[in-house]
Ligand binder design. Structure first.
Ligand SMILES: [Zn+2]
Length: 445
């Protein structure tokens, strides 16, 4: 009895094992993980570890490629699922995910006046871009001292989620902000090019070419191989730069006059040459995007004072003494016009004196003319020998006759205003060999 039961149990066991293994061969129930991207089924993986591995692989590969910390832009999830006959295909899931997934990264936006201008990978890079932009217009010169440079617009740096393609490199971001556009267009100067010909061939005015190329402001001459910028920059940010500039400037000299009775009234000469002084002027100069908008003087230091130019002017209208063989033909009056005046046409010296004033022979000699002429009026001419002669014009009366000998100081006529004359005066000439010369050379002022 005991043996039958044992056999029966064994049979049952065998049957169970046999049927059990048959059932197992057909249904082997188990769990899989179904993967969804934004709700779309992309297949199943066998384990949660497999799922995580796929995501990590995708992310690591992309991160290595773009060099940024990324996350998936879509919602990706895995749900455990009981299957009678589990089917998992990790390779398929990976391919399907790779085809659908996109990435985002946390960028740092440069926000200008509440508008995101561009993004950099890190906060430090965004800061660096702004620093470079602010410093771009600073002059690199020994003459300038930077006072301040600042971006005038309201600028913020904010973290924002963006696609990796929107992340800018620092240099490109700086160029973009300064140029106002992404690409610069250039023209390489060829042999024979002129500003005019380039202007025509690139369809840009010479004014704009100069704006885009500050180096052309000083010279219109182009050099072969020179690269011209064809884009007039329209910076995305407004940078205000203040610099202190030291400039050496001339102090102009003044002119002073000194009067002396030791020169004739029409004579003057420079006795001290004027010399400009020198001063160091310190300006505070303001620039808006590199263009000067104002300057004011903050300090002036005089390095050398100017030297005043001194001009000595003569005042003498009456000779102090004779300096030769002639005596002065009048005893009263003063010189009103000099030899060589009226653009060099005046051939004598005019001495103002009242009508009737005696006129004396300047030296002894023979009267060769005593007559009336349309210009001279009543005039007398005396020959003194050795090529010298004197002439006395505009007289009111003539007291000598041609051929008459006169002594030095003899009254020969009376002053008047005859002929081409506007008032009573003596027109006194000295002639040497028929040429009129300055009578005053025979007198001291
Ligand atoms: Zn005259």
């Amino acid at each position: 009895m005991k043996k039958r039961i044992l056999l029966g149990c064994l049979a049952l066991l065998i049957l169970m094992v046999a049927t059990g293994s048959a059932a197992y061969a057909i249904y082997r129930p188990g769990f899989v993980y179904r993967v969804y991207i934004d709700g779309e089924d992309v297949g199943a993986v066998a384990s949660i570890q497999g799922y995580t591995n796929i995501l990590e692989d995708l992310l690591n590969k992309e991160e290595a490629q773009v060099g940024l910390n990324l996350k998936f832009a879509q919602e990706i999830s895995a749900q455990r699922e009981l299957q009678l006959k589990p089917r998992a295909d990790e390779a398929h899931v990976k391919t399907a995910l790779a085809a659908r997934v996109s990435y985002s990264t946390m960028g740092w936006a440069i926000v200008v006046n509440d508008e995101s201008l561009l993004w950099t990978a890190t906060q430090e890079q965004a800061q660096e871009v702004l620093t470079q932009v602010a410093n771009f217009f600073v002059h690199d010169s020994a003459k300038c001292t930077l006072v301040s440079t600042e971006i005038v617009d309201s600028v913020e740096i904010c973290p924002q989620e963006v696609v990796p393609e929107d992340i800018w490199a620092v240099d490109a971001a700086v160029d973009y902000i300064l140029q106002g556009r992404e690409k610069t267009e250039t023209y390489v100067v060829a042999k024979g090019d002129s500003l005019w010909s380039v202007s025509r061939s690139v369809n840009m005015s010479q004014t704009d070419l100069k704006k885009a190329n500050p180096s052309l402001a000083k010279s219109n001459v182009l050099k072969t191989g020179q690269v011209l910028n064809l884009v007039v920059a329209e910076p995305k940010l407004n940078v205000r730069t203040v610099e202190q500039v030291k400039s050496y400037e001339a102090i102009s000299y003044s002119t002073a006059y000194r009067y002396t009775g030791k020169r004739w009234f029409y004579q003057s000469s420079t006795v001290t040459k004027g010399v400009s002084g020198k001063k160091a002027v310190i300006y505070k100069v303001e620039y808006a995007n590199g263009v000067e908008t104002g300057r004011r003087i903050v300090n002036t230091e005089v390095e050398t004072q100017p030297v005043t130019k001194i001009i000595e002017k003569g005042t003498s209208r009456w000779p102090s003494a004779a300096a030769g063989k002639f005596r002065w033909p009048l005893n009263t009056g003063y010189i009103t016009d000099y030899f060589g005046s009226r653009r060099g046409t005046h051939g004598g010296v005019d001495i103002g004196a009242p009508t009737g004033t005696p006129i004396y022979a300047a030296a002894a000699g023979t009267v060769i003319i005593s007559q009336w002429g349309p210009s001279y009026g009543n005039y007398v001419k005396i020959d003194h020998g050795n090529g010298y002669a004197t002439l006395y014009a505009h007289a009111s009366a003539r007291l000598v006759k041609p051929g008459q000998w006169v002594s030095k100081g003899q009254v020969i006529a009376k002053a008047g205003s005859t002929g081409n004359s506007t008032g009573p005066h003596l027109h006194f000439e000295v002639q040497r060999n028929g040429t009129r010369i300055n009578a005053l050379q025979f007198f001291k002022p």
